[in-house]
Design a protein around this ligand. Structure first.
Ligand code: GLN
Length: 619
């Protein structure tokens, strides 16, 4: 399907086209033989052929028979190994099963001659030992837990194919022999029939090729299902199970596979193969005819071609590290959304450069974070306050968690203040920090809601507005109002005649965007926020408090309100109605008008300059 798909009006993606091409190419390949040692499997149609590719971001491409259900068989083995690890930790699991490739067939009877341990969890012996570690009070409970976890990993409710289960249970003499050997070696400690039965049940879980791609993408993303966005496995577990898939997933073809395809993978006798490119995508192929080693013939071809064509080999690593530090900005040029008085603005322009805003972006991994830290340490002589801004970071890996935390500690020790901003969204970082320094430590690191709040707090610190962590809450004197600076006592007295006291409780609309403009307000006490944009998508553009005014812009042109202003706390203010202001000239007080306009012009000029500087800094 290379042309535009007119029926749906969409264009097929290049990926979709490519896997469709592979499907066309290999559908004609008739090598291999459908497994029949489990009688029920022999009913599979050799023509069934599906390919699915899922990215860690949840884009899924399906071609061919990608929704035909089949039994998962051995592809269950790495997942059950992961569940065993999560239920018991590494040691008890390693006591029962190793991690060495056997180079043998899947049903080989290879136990370590000394310990009796199966070599790895991907051969049947190791898988049966692993299954015996699934916890639960009863056979039903163990099966329920296994199905529930598999369903979470696949992102939909999976079921067991009873016919295949019964068929294997009744004919699985070799596996039964293996289970009894494990019992003999003391690896299984109870009735071997119990774990054996659960093993047959787990192999009979029904999936589709589409499901397998989602499962593979879940592993690729370190344990987060890309469709449900749920974390279903811990990153450490995923790393471990991918390791055994790499060395043992394709049995006696493991070496050739990793050399040619270069992705951890797992195959099953019903014809499925899933392959995982960590950090990027999952691939699944379903085609029942198998080669002599029990791997799907078409599956191997498709994965090999796909890997070659797109360079998906896991050791084909990107050589360019995108620097994680996108920008270093400083408080002399970039400001919080708090509106400041002219003097405060001047102070910040003069002395604010010590406030450093380190803006990170993209994916933080060891190499990109290391580069960033190098640049930050070189910048430290300029800094008094530091904000490590992670709000534009996509994700952080474990290495960068460690590096970031150490960076923060170093900044906190050497500077007046340091904090993280935009970090609360990063679950792995949170987990890392809380296990090392408790919940309180995390809350302290992220004490400001976002980078703007951090910037505002550090500006306040510089302006000494928060000597004891509380800000100045009241400006009772009229002459301390920003717009009334330089007014003489007589002028203030004359003006006072026209002012009217007003009050609002917290969380009230003081003025609504679009409404008529009839007054300006001098704030005496309390805090307000300024919002622009349509209802539902409003953004906060400013916050201000005592000594500042709102509604003053309209004094110049009487245009409707251009923003919505809300009280954050109870607010007290003086209102100057515009009709009162207009009457000043009739009362022979045009001087007052001119003074007020002069101050307004000065305030606006300072704000405009600051805004211009900030815009310049953005480019
Ligand atoms: N249930 C199958 C068996 O134990 C699984 C083998 C496989 O898929 N390779 O024989």
């Amino acid at each position: 399907m290379n042309s535009r798909d007119l029926s749906s009006g969409t264009f097929p993606s290049p990926i979709q086209n490519f896997i469709q091409g592979l499907h066309d190419k290999y559908a004609r390949l008739e090598d291999g033989k459908v497994a029949d040692y489990i009688p029920e499997l022999s009913h599979a149609n050799p023509e069934w052929f599906g390919i699915s590719v899922a990215t860690v971001d949840g884009q899924i491409h399906d071609v061919g028979h990608s929704s035909v259900p089949f039994t998962i068989q051995s592809i269950s083995k790495p997942l059950v190994y992961g569940l065993a690890l999560e239920s018991h930790g590494l040691k008890p699991v390693q006591a029962k099963v190793g991690v060495e490739p056997s180079g043998d067939a899947f049903n080989s009877i290879s136990l370590d001659p000394q310990t009796g341990r199966p070599l790895n969890p991907m051969i049947n012996a190791g898988a049966i030992a692993t299954t015996s570690l699934i916890p639960g009070e009863s056979a039903e409970a163990r099966e329920a837990m296994l199905l529930r976890r598999f369903s979470e990993i696949a992102g939909r409710n999976l079921e067991i194919d009873d016919a295949v289960y019964r068929s294997e249970r009744d004919t699985g003499h070799r596996n039964r022999a293996i289970a009894h050997l494990l019992r003999n070696a003391g690896i299984l400690t109870d009735d071997p029939e119990q774990p054996l039965d659960l093993y047959f049940r787990q192999c009979s879980i029904q999936v589709t090729c589409h499901d397998l791609a989602v499962i593979a993408a879940t592993l690729a993303s370190g344990g987060v299902n890309p469709v449900t966005r749920q974390r279903v496995l811990a990153p450490l577990t995923v790393g471990r199970l991918l390791s055994v898939m790499t060395s043992c997933g394709m049995y006696d073809f493991a070496g050739g596979w990793i050399f040619n395809v270069g992705m951890p993978a797992k195959s099953g006798v019903s014809g499925g193969i899933m392959a995982v490119l960590p950090g990027q995508l999952g691939v699944a192929v379903f085609s029942p005819p198998l080669d002599a080693r029990g791997n799907s013939v078409r599956g191997i071809r498709v994965c090999t071609d796909l890997s070659m064509a797109f360079g998906l080999h896991m050791f084909n690593t990107p050589r360019v590290v995108i620097p994680a530090l996108r920008n270093i900005r400083n408080g002399g040029a970039v400001r919080s959304r708090r509106l400041r008085t002219t003097e405060q603005l001047a102070t910040l322009t003069r002395e604010g450069h010590g406030i450093r805003l380190y803006e990170f972006g993209g994916r933080l991994i060891f190499a990109s974070t290391e580069l960033a830290i190098h640049a930050i340490l070189a910048d430290l002589p300029n800094a008094t306050h530091a904000i490590i801004d992670l709000s534009r970071v996509i994700d952080v890996d474990q290495a960068s968690c460690k590096l970031l935390l150490e960076l923060h500690d170093q900044l906190a020790a050497r500077l007046k203040r340091a904090c993280l901003a935009g970090a609360r969204q990063h679950a792995l970082l949170r987990e890392y920090v809380t296990t090392r320094m408790t919940e309180d430590g995390w809350n302290h690191l992220c004490r400001y809601a976002d980078r703007d709040a951090a910037l505002e707090a550090f500006e306040d610190d510089l302006l000494k507005l928060r000597p004891n962590a509380t800000r100045i809450t009241e400006v009772p004197r009229l002459e301390d109002q920003e717009l009334l600076k330089g007014f003489g006592a007589a002028e203030l007295q004359a003006l006072q005649e026209w002012l009217r006291p007003v009050e609002w409780p917290a969380h009230q609309v003081i003025m609504a965007s679009g409404s008529a403009s009839d007054a300006l307000y001098f704030i005496v006490e309390g805090e307000v926020s300024v919002w622009v944009g349509a209802e539902g998508s409003e953004v906060q553009v400013g916050r201000l408090g005592p000594g500042m005014s709102v509604g003053e812009l309209a004094l110049t042109d009487r245009a409707p309100r251009s923003a919505t202003v809300r009280s954050l706390t109870p607010v007290r203010a003086w209102a100057l109605p515009f009709d009162a202001y207009d009457r000043l000239s009739e009362m022979g007080q045009s001087g007052l008008q001119i003074r007020l306009l002069g101050n307004l012009t000065r305030v606006l000029a300072v704000r405009l300059r600051a805004a211009n500087a900030e815009i310049r800094g953005l480019s």
